[in-house]
Structures are given as structure tokens and as C-alpha cells.
Write a protein that binds this ligand. Structure first.
Ligand code: URA
Ligand code: SF4
Length: 259
């Protein structure tokens, strides 16, 4: 079996889904531009993160600092790493073992954004190292990409939500300045949002994946493609073929970006 075939096998796509078939489907997909008018960080100021009733119980979480966003916006990579490690801007700081900033090539053209660390990531300090990470690595390999090589992987929130629950909007909002800074340092040629929290954070609005995948969006002038989260694909095999289309679409978009 060829390498590509074994990757397709791994993705559960079998022999039907070959690159050419998927690319043909992608060519037919509608391409629409949406602009990111509303940044979640701006829409919901950090001051609104903790309701007065909850403040007492959540004393451990630092009071929001008005200068925080501006400070983060000037940080370099090492300062960012230090800052997330010490960050107490949302309740996710309480149960984390460690914050997970991201991993990969800081000169990368590709940026993949997931949801947030799980148990394995919280333990190891690296994004996507558990089961979902294995699938993400296979997805990357399917389009000839490799973790760390022209690829940077980050998450919408840097600290593990307890019991792997979905991060709350106030948590993705609190963490948004970090992702924004990562994006402005990286200046990737293409962002791939994996799953709903990442898509919503980057698009600044509530979305359903089925409605926003297959189209070209933008974040801060950078092309943005949305697809299913690998952890979701592990449970919903039928959508793997759609994620394969999305990956081929992403690959084509990158090729046209690079000219
Ligand atoms: N799921 C994510 O969204 N991110 C990780 O880092 C791991 C699993
Ligand atoms: Fe800070 Fe983000 Fe961790 Fe919340 S998830 S404590 S905002 S680093």
C-alpha cells in the first residue's frame, strides 16, 4: 500500500477518496469571503468575564487588567510562553497542570487552531499529543505536512477545561489576546480552524461547522478555512470525507497563496 493510501486508510476514507476526486469536489465548492468585523476580545471586555456574584468564589482568578491586551500585543514568543504559564485571566487556570501555548515552526505558512488542551496536552505541555493529535498528524501527512515543519499548532484556550468540556465563551474571550498575538507574530499564509470554538473565536461570531466549512473566510486579512475537529471525527466517521475535502481545499488555497 502506498503512503497516501495508508494515510487515507487511517483517515477512514478507504480507496474511494483519492486526491483527485476530492479536489474536483472542492473546486465546485462555493468560495465566499467573510470579514471578521467583530473580535471576541473587543466585543466582550475582560472586565465582564466574572460576574459580581461569582467574584467571591473565584477570588483565585486575578481581577482583569485593562492594560493586559495591550501588553500581550507587544510580546515576543518567550514572553508569551511566560505570560500564559502565569496567566490567571480566566477560571481555567485553576485546574491546569500547565498552560500550553502552542508548538511548531514560528516561520510557518500554516497555522492550525484547535480547541484547548486535553489531559495528555496538560501533562506534556504540547498541543494535540493524544488520540485527536494522532489523527491530526495523519491529516497533516495526507496533505504532505508535518508537525513543526512549516506548521504551527495552537489552541483557542491555553489551559485545559476540566473534564475536557468545551471552553465557555468568556474563556475563549479571555484567551483571545494570546492567539491574536501568536497570529500577528506568525503571519501565516493560511489558518485552519479545527472545530467550533476555534472557528467562533477566529470569526468572532457563533457558527455551525457544516455551514462555514467549504468556504474561504478571513481573519485579519489572512485566509481562514474551517473544518471539523479531529476528536469529533474520531466519533463521527461519516464526516471524515468532508474533512478530507476541506484539507484539499486548504492545500489548494495555500498553493494559490504561494503563487
Ligand atoms: N484537542 C484540542 O483541541 N487541542 C489539543 O491540543 C488537543 C486536543
Ligand atoms: Fe489565561 Fe488562557 Fe489559561 Fe484562561 S485559558 S488562564 S486566559 S492562558
Amino acid at each position: 500500500m502506498s503512503r497516501r493510501d495508508s494515510i487515507l486508510q487511517e483517515l477512514g476514507l478507504g480507496p474511494i477518496w483519492k486526491l483527485r476526486a476530492a479536489e474536483a469536489a472542492v473546486t465546485q465548492a462555493a468560495v465566499a469571503e467573510t470579514t471578521n468585523a467583530k473580535s471576541p476580545a473587543k466585543a466582550d471586555s475582560a472586565a465582564a468575564l466574572i460576574s459580581p456574584q461569582k467574584k467571591h468564589a473565584e477570588e483565585a482568578v486575578a481581577a482583569p487588567d485593562c492594560g493586559r491586551e495591550q501588553q500581550i500585543a507587544t510580546m515576543g514568543w518567550e514572553e508569551l510562553r511566560q505570560s500564559v504559564a502565569e496567566c490567571r485571566a480566566c477560571a481555567l487556570c485553576k485546574a491546569r497542570k500547565q498552560a500550553v501555548l502552542g508548538v511548531g515552526d514560528t516561520q510557518a505558512n500554516w497555522l492550525f487552531v484547535g480547541e484547548g488542551p486535553g489531559a495528555d496536552e496538560d501533562e506534556r505541555g504540547e498541543p494535540f499529543v493524544g488520540q485527536a493529535g494522532k489523527l491530526l498528524d495523519a491529516m497533516l501527512a495526507a496533505i504532505d505536512l508535518k508537525r513543526g515543519k512549516d506548521v504551527y499548532i495552537g489552541n483557542a484556550v491555553k489551559c485545559r477545561p476540566p473534564n475536557n468540556r468545551t471552553p465557555e465563551p468568556n474563556e475563549t474571550t479571555a484567551c483571545w489576546p494570546y492567539l491574536q498575538r501568536q497570529i500577528s507574530l506568525l503571519q501565516p499564509k493560511l489558518i485552519v480552524a479545527l472545530g467550533r470554538p476555534a472557528a467562533q473565536t477566529l470569526l468572532g461570531t457563533e457558527v455551525k461547522i457544516a455551514a462555514v466549512r467549504g468556504r474561504l473566510h478571513q481573519h485579519a486579512g489572512i485566509p481562514l478555512i474551517v473544518t471539523y475537529h479531529p476528536a469529533y471525527l474520531l466519533r463521527n466517521l461519516v464526516d471524515k470525507s468532508k474533512s478530507w475535502e476541506d484539507l484539499c481545499f486548504a492545500r489548494k488555497t495555500m498553493q494559490s497563496q504561494l503563487g
